[in-house]
Ligand binder design. Sequence first.
Ligand code: HEC
Ligand code: HEC
Length: 400
Amino acid sequence: MSRGLIRIGALAGLLAVGGCGGDDSGDNSSAPPQELPRSGYSWSLPPGFPTPQEFAENPLSDAKVELGRHLFYDARLSINQTTSCASCHLPARAFADGRVTAVGATGQVHLRNAMSLTNVVYNATFDWANPVLTTLHQQALTPMFNEFPVELGWADHEAEILDRLRYDPLYQDLFVAAYPDATDHFTADQVAKGVAAFVSTLISGNSAYDQSTLQGNRDAMSEAARRGQELFFSERMECFHCHGGFNFSQSVNHSGTTLPQAEFHNNGLYNIGGAGDYPLGNRGLWEFTQQPADMGRFRAPTLRNIELTAPYMHDGSIATLEEVIDHYARGGRLVREGPLAGDGALNPFKSELMPARFSLTDQEKLDIIAFLKSLTDWNFLCNARFADPFGNFERHSDCY
Ligand code: HEC
Ligand code: HEC
């Protein structure tokens, strides 16, 4: 933990923690100059989308993305050859897994819900509430080497796993093409950078909402979804304050950002014992800072493809979108009994941006759900460039 504390200190100037969306009026002059690697990678971007950040140590190329796609779907990357990145990030579920919390290769249960990888390249920080994880290849090392819980199980098995790849002619070609200047191939770092390159390309911006609002095809959205859009952006529901902008998440970074914006909010899921506590191990930013005010503060994830990524929240504790709306309408969740009992609406650390209690008619509730479903992007879900080259993981059934 102490390492985390030191690094968060160094990053403090970059973290607009506590602020709300839009342009932070803070002084940008101290922001470090943006390092733009000149990889020449040609992004395939939806209309209206900014050019993604490229991570200086990991310039993209088509060959690296192709290596990464194979690695992402390859179960040989786990200790017992049962699990790949895709096991927890299923293409049919917009790269989430449908479980309450994730399960690693050896059956150990993760404390958190596997995140969707939709538009992950645009996030300012990675994971549910990790303020110091700011590059995708560092992120990839986490599931590879994590021991609490074991996810892929690389710790103490690195050489063995890399040898499985080294003696496969397919990977001999892919690694050399991806890292043409390297003297040594088949390193953990190259694996992490390869999967990170692939994951960077998982860009979704062609939902009915995008077609309607950015591409001039108003009819792509139903009447109900358009009414829901008004509700989403209303002061009654307040959703847009934390899930705003092109990615429906305030916490974005891209090539045009001068100050990466990392925000974490407590949205009133728990209030154990009335003191504001969240369950230990799942206290969000608090796990890094131990500051009371950081209790329960998590990143508001993108809402794109949200229809397909249930269950919801960092611990998968809300099963459906209807229940998510009920949660916000109440201003927080009431856990009536058991060890987690408490009224989240009264959590003293709840974000000021959370809506006060609101009520919705049955029709309005249908409308807001219709809006959230209009963020589903079938071109993304069915895109052959994101598909499993080994054919083990199906895309969504509606793609066929
Ligand atoms: C055992 C299941 C599991 C496996 C295997 C797994 N992940 Fe994840 N992934 C998760 C969970 C759970 C989270 C959220 C972690 C957290 O917040 O602590 C996550 C988060 C992420 C994120 C952050 C998303 C965001 O919006 O910040 C990325 C990127 C990611 N995983 C990529 C990968 C890659 C690449 C691999 C393979 C090297 C991989 N994952 C393997 C479960 C898994
Ligand atoms: C104060 C900021 C804030 C506001 C306002 C807000 N959210 Fe959230 N939202 C969050 C945070 C933070 C999370 C993740 C919380 C967690 O996991 O502990 C979240 C999670 C979600 C999720 C689950 C995402 C996932 O991938 O599991 C959905 C769906 C959602 N919000 C929808 C909405 C809707 C609809 C509204 C308006 C009624 C809204 N939010 C208003 C901050 C906010």
